[in-house]
Design a protein around this ligand. Sequence first.
Ligand SMILES: [Mg+2]
Length: 212
Amino acid sequence: MDESSFIFGVDLDGVVGDFYGALRAVAAEWLDRPLESLPTEVSFGLSEWGIEEYGGYDKLHRFAVTQRDLFRILPPIKDAPATLRKLSARGIRIRIITHRLFLKYFHQESIRQTVEWLDAHDIPYWDLCFMKDKGAVGAHVYIDDSPGNVEGLREQGCRTIVFSNSTNRAISGPRADTWKDVERLVLESFEEWRTGTLDLFGANDYSAPPRI
Ligand SMILES: [Mg+2]
């Protein structure tokens, strides 16, 4: 890790991009059902949309990315790109960490759409990591929406903000409901780091005990 910079580890889907909103429209077409029939309050895995009998989540995801350019058409979440520009201008290093390559055979398409989308919305970043083990790349503070990722990062001792959506209501804080909250929480950590009082919670130090 570059010790001269404060690193903010940023998940994309459900945090910077409105993944569930965009996928819902694609799912309605794929299932040939009216959009309104698909609930917006979903849990992780989208069982509420009844996709299992049509082949399941992986098949919907593949269709969405390869045939409907999901990662290019994704609307950004309100204030996310502007806040990332602001944080970057303060000298915070944005490290994007996404698990978008979890399905085989369309990695090129996924990566191309991701990079084009980041540019199209003028989202600043120093690093772009396609990783399952997000804790392995190191950051001073992370943000993620997936309950499994948030819990996994925290178990590794990484300071992690949960970005609110219907998939993660049961997860404890620190929590951001909006990007205004994200800005405040990240700047608080940045200030602690700058003044030498940030408890790194073992981030980038795997021998450290997990934070309780
Ligand atoms: Mg996510």
